[in-house]
Design a protein around this ligand. Sequence first.
Ligand code: NAD
Length: 401
Amino acid sequence: MLETAHTLITRAGKKLGLDAKTVDELIKIDAEHVFKINLDSGKQFDAYRVQHNNKLGPYKGGIRFHPDVDLDEVRALATLMSFKTAVAGLPLGGGKGGIRVNPRDLSEKELEELSRKYARHLQPYIGPDKDVPAPDVNTNPKIIDWMVDEYEQLTGDKTKASFTGKSLGKGGSQGRDAATGRGGVITLRQLLKHLGKENHKITYAIQGFGNVGSFFATIAAADHSNWKLVAASDSQAAVYAPDGLDAKALEEYKQQRRSFADYKGGGSQVISNEDLLALDVDVLVLAALGDAVNETNYKSIKASVVLELANGPISEQAFDKLSARGVTIVPDIIANAGGVIVSYLEWVQNKNGERWTETEVNRKLEAYVSRACDALFKTTDDQKVTLKEAAFMNAIKNLTK
Ligand code: NAD
């Protein structure tokens, strides 16, 4: 993963005519905090915070709790964050954190102790103007609220701008929960406009009907009656209905924590995840996990547009093969930037002691995503490069200004 990130940066740097020293500067990591957290119960966990680049503003990036977290993964994700904030035009840098833990193995009390000790250890290195972490895989507003409270007790800082992704009652922003899915909808709309297909009827399938995927589908259903959702999946199975699925009904079904393997909505059938990827749809939305499309299954993809809502859902080799075949792949650092954009808006509200309505937040989100897309399409057209290369080139332009 780290190697892939470095390849992308190096390729884009070369296209921009940067010398090797400048490319090395872009790859270099500013600081790494690697430590152990000991719980009162005697359990011990490896913890990380990597601060990649703060040229444009405070480091920004999530904290994930997962048994597979390791230093290289955190380094790669921190690096990608610097490029995501830069391509989105935010005055923020890139960072990432993680704890190598399966949170399901911990009691609520242990989870709180772990979260507070993480914030306590990092307190000297983070803060509203230094590094502003957020939730990521398996972390949520409740965990962030504990961290903010710990930070506040240690420093006296009452702005709550030290972390984003807080609960609404504790300084969180309206629109944050839906932001990544909404950003994805705006990105796809902008792409279709760019391709002259804004008013065409399109069909699409979503791999991963979780937080991001379900918000994408319900917002798309509300805003675009010409986009037809024909399939959606979870980790167990997929549902398929050529005449269209009701996104709201699927969301309500998933809220009951049930798998699509048992779904019996009108006119739909259960298919496998691999079948979903191979459907003859216009757009495939990948909102589940990394490397979902890889060397073994890329040949089955029939969609002409693929939207990367998950982080790195297409392997490097599959990306090259699909791009060569003319598939338009909207890269993750643009397609899923809605989350970090609204995190930024939360941080601004906290720093200024303001609270904006959901409409106001969504309006600002739309403006950031649309601006980033316009710049992206201009670079792709001018330089004749893929959207991914264009995204890295635009990010680098901002980082080296
Ligand atoms: P989530 O856990 O809410 O949802 C993930 C969904 O994917 C679940 O429905 C799960 O059942 C499904 N899934 C897992 N394995 C699958 C498989 N093999 N095939 C099909 N479906 C599978 O997570 P989320 O918050 O929606 O995040 C999804 C992706 O988007 C992740 O890669 C995450 O890193 C990325 N992302 C999330 C945000 C955010 O704001 N939540 C921001 C940027 C990027």
